[in-house]
Design a protein around this ligand. Structure first.
Ligand code: APR
Length: 237
């Protein structure tokens, strides 16, 4: 069977990584525009790098939880495509191979002028440098191709998400099952995935606080990811 799993911060919260919009969530402690926008980067690069350094260290200290492990188990038997808004690598660390990070990855860096996506007006050249990191990025860490400051390979607010249209259309066509888990589905274009999969016959949504307005046609499994996903996976196996 072909299974698409669309996840958000709720998938990783039981590993110790806070969600964004719940009380005590990540954004509550920061102004989004200061730490996750091209304007914030232009204003104060050190603040942005410190914020992502904290998240890089935090995620390295966390481990996959039973929900990530259940998805990895499912991937051994079925063809599972993970579409995640999470920038952590807990799915990969649980053993999942097919993971599409819509908003980028915390363990990757790119040049600040990468394809000029973030700052088309500031750069008159494109640099396509990207690489994995093993320690947080610092001010002065420079791109080996063009000398530009390196930044996290994260999609900030106001930056385009690569929706890989062809691949996505194929997934919509072939998916037998769609599972949404741990997302408030408020941030577009990612949130648009829910209506896109409306014709998939078997659809599940796992969240302790589901937004029923978005979930017409879904079997809603109210509860935490680590409680509900292993049960659902046991059923699907
Ligand atoms: N198990 C499953 N879901 C949970 C759990 C849990 N243990 N705890 C909380 N949740 C749910 C919440 O009820 C909420 O619906 O996870 C969801 C988290 O929502 P958000 O904090 O809005 O996170 P997410 O949907 O991933 O945000 C999308 O927005 O801020 C941007 O770029 C950021 O990728 C992020 C995007």
């Amino acid at each position: 069977m072909n299974i698409v799993i669309f996840s958000g911060a709720g998938l990783s919260t039981e590993s110790g990584i806070p969600t964004f919009r719940d009380s005590g969530g990540l954004w509550e402690q920061h102004r989004i525009e200061d730490v996750a926008s091209p304007e914030g980067w232009t204003k104060n690069k050190k603040l942005v790098l410190d914020f992502y350094a904290m998240r890089f260290i935090k995620q390295a200290e966390c481990f996959p939880n039973p929900a990530h492990d259940a998805i990895a188990e499912l991937s051994k038997i079925h063809t599972v495509v993970n579409v995640t808004q999470n920038i952590d690598t807990l799915l990969e660390r649980a053993g999942c191979e097919n993971v599409w990070h819509l908003h980028g990855r915390i363990d990757m860096q790119k040049c600040e002028s990468h394809h000029s996506l973030a700052f088309p007006e500031q750069y008159d050249f494109d640099c396509d440098y990207k690489s994995l990191i093993t320690k947080p990025i610092q001010i002065g860490d420079s791109c080996p191709q063009c000398g530009g400051q390196l930044r996290p390979d994260i999609v900030w607010f106001g930056e385009p998400v690569d929706m890989r249209e062809e691949f996505l259309m194929e997934q919509i066509r072939i998916a037998d099952i769609f599972i949404g888990v741990g997302t408030s589905a408020q941030v577009y274009p990612a949130a648009g995935l829910l209506p896109m999969f409306r014709r998939t016959k078997e659809k599940y949504f796992i969240d302790p606080n589901p937004n029923y307005d978005l979930l017409d046609g879904y079997t809603v499994l109210k509860g935490s990811a680590s409680e509900q996903l292993p049960k659902l996976v046991a059923k699907l196996l």
